[in-house]
Design a binder for this molecule. Sequence first.
Ligand SMILES: [Zn+2]
Length: 432
Amino acid sequence: MTTLAITDGRVLRPDLTVTAADVLIDQDSGEIREIGPDLASEADDTLDAANSLVTPGFVNGHCHVAMTLLRGYADDKPLETWLREDIWPAEGELTAADIRAGAELGLLELIKSGVTGFADMYFQVPEVAAAVETAGLRARLGHGIVTVGKDGETAREDAATGLEIAREYDGAADGRISTAFMPHSLTTVGSEYLTEFVPKAREAGVPIHYHANETADEVAPIVDEHGVRPLEYAADRGLLEPEDFVAHGVHVDETEIELLAEVGTGVIHCPASNMKLASGMAPVERLREAGVTVGLGTDGAASNNDLSMLDEARDAAMLGKLAADDASAVPAEAVVEMMTRGSADAIGFESGRLEVGAPADLAVIDLEQPHLTPPHDLVSHLAYAVAAADVRHTVCDGRVLMRDREVLTLEATAVRERALEAAEAVVERADA
Ligand SMILES: [Zn+2]
């Protein structure tokens, strides 16, 4: 057995108390073996956490990592216009190599900001999977299926690709990669494809993930055509099971909130994207009160514009208070839970908690910073004051991905250069 000890840190426990302790990791099984005093002498290797907070690695519950290539390419437009005028034409120019370059850039950003796991919807998933395999993160991947605007054969092929990818990559990278069947949304995928493919995805044993109730414009057509709310429509077509998770959930009514709570389907809240696209304010406090599992996600870098879960946590707390018109709504404890265990539970990961037997997915945060002084309350700091650049070390599955701010699994300079080159060429082709 090879072991790693995280030494002399302050460890954030599942009950959100902080204790001075070492964390001993079994690197062969990738699990936490012991949390307690003086474990360094038992370890083959150590990672210094003096004056630092040891927290569960953050889990980005909804992302499109390769969209880093389109960061800052088009901003300040509503969702539909932004997608049709800018994003979809540019995405149409992306080659497999571009997606690899964009995914690696995104993974570099995730590791540097203490993220150890994420869920990702995109196309050219084999490229994303290869990047994940190298980078060492944990991921649930899927092919984003869109059938609107396509002829029957092309549309069906896209849905079939979604199913094939989900089957083929589940369990890849020694189990660090899992998959989901991912129709883009309830309005961009025709109901005949859901009827045909959802039962096949269930047979394959993978969950289902999609964008739901993101904008008011997306709710109205379903209500008009089917006479039910979008999540009732989803439930009728078998897309609302306990293992499933939806992104956004901004425009959900009381019936839908109760349905989510009753079934156990998780919601990934993406406050930055919702604010930037003026999609609306998700009723997060109400969702939590009702007992819905709520996680956090950044969505793609083109609508955020970064992949930092620390920024997302702060946004979630602040927007949640505004939405509830109550300063005590969505408190620091709630967002810290959402960015760790909430996201992990929603997307079906065992991580998000530092305890014996849990996956050794964690981040170590440097507290010796002016903006983190004094350390009255470290949970408050995590929610409101810690920045991505404060992350010193990132560990996933017991393996050190970043040590003293140096990413060990990806060549940072080369990754940036490849992404820069790819992004410039894509934009040139899209604008031509
Ligand atoms: Zn999204």
